[in-house]
Design a protein around this ligand. Sequence first.
Ligand SMILES: NC(=O)c1ccc[n+]([C@@H]2O[C@H](COP(=O)([O-])OP(=O)(O)OC[C@H]3O[C@@H](n4cnc5c(N)ncnc54)[C@H](OP(=O)(O)O)[C@@H]3O)[C@@H](O)[C@H]2O)c1
Length: 312
Amino acid sequence: MYLSSKTGFKIPSVGLGTWQAPKGEVCSAVKAAIDVGYRHIDCAAAYGNEDEVGDAIAAKLSEGAVCREDLFVTSKLWNTYHRPDLVKVACKKSLENLKLSYLDLYLIHWPMAYVEDREFFPKDENGKFIFSEVDYLDTWKAMEQLVDEGLAKAVGVSNFNSEQLGRILANCRIPPACLQIESSPYFVNGRLIDFAQRAGITVVAYSPLGSPKRPWAKPGDPQLLDEPLLKAIGAKYGKSPAQVVLRFQLERNVGVVPKSVKPERMKENLDVLDFSLTKEEVEQIAAFNKDYRAVLLEWVAHHKYYPFKEPF
Ligand SMILES: NC(=O)c1ccc[n+]([C@@H]2O[C@H](COP(=O)([O-])OP(=O)(O)OC[C@H]3O[C@@H](n4cnc5c(N)ncnc54)[C@H](OP(=O)(O)O)[C@@H]3O)[C@@H](O)[C@H]2O)c1
């Protein structure tokens, strides 16, 4: 199943997340994902594993399991490459690692730029992040050029708020095709999703299962997949809580990129296209909302383009 927009942009509604898919495992995980039917792989330079993801894609292409046109590969521009002259450099590096000649979608990972030409997480001697002044509008112009040059079929943004997205829309030549943002029943993110969809932008939800293994999770944090109501709704359809929360997003016309390195779970997460939730069930699930972000990055909240200070 694809999500599509009036602009002709099309993206498979369920993709495989690769953040924290460990080196040494991610290659076999991506091969298994393609074998069980995934056609959309969500990658990023910052995940540090694009080289292995690329090995898996290359292996599957060369054995004829899929052809390039069947696959939808997303990558993301990291914060240390926002300076316009570095955008193409970063894109080409991801392409080299992924062993591809073009990306289906290239996203600006975050609106905040960090100082260039250093490590991915540049910090001073006190452990404070070192920022860059680059305006994401200038970065966007360089993203548009990637489309002109055929290096990316489509470009978009991730973790932008409505004000930042509006600023791009008002100043762009090519509007963002896609917005990738956090959304799960604990962080429904409805106003931003409505804003983007009304502007014709396709929305993909990251951390759709609540990101239970995020590195900063604390003992006592709420566990989405343990919610009894999700289990009860799932039982009605013979589905798991994970399948219910993924289907919840599809009912809102929002794509999902759940991460797993386990073939059984990958299959489970893809097997969400043969049932529907009722309007009442969607509302009940949305009522879980706690405005609880799994990915907050509060340590860079003083950046002038930090996106999560606005209401949405
Ligand atoms: N744009 C951004 O800034 C951004 C930020 C965060 C995430 N993302 C993208 O979104 C993807 C997904 O987000 P996420 O990795 O934070 O979290 P998630 O997909 O919400 O949750 C992944 C976790 O759930 C487990 N899991 C997977 N399927 C399951 C199932 N059916 N039942 C029970 N547990 C299951 C996985 O473990 P196993 O692997 O052991 O199965 C993993 O620990 C990322 O991998 C990345 O591609 C993007």
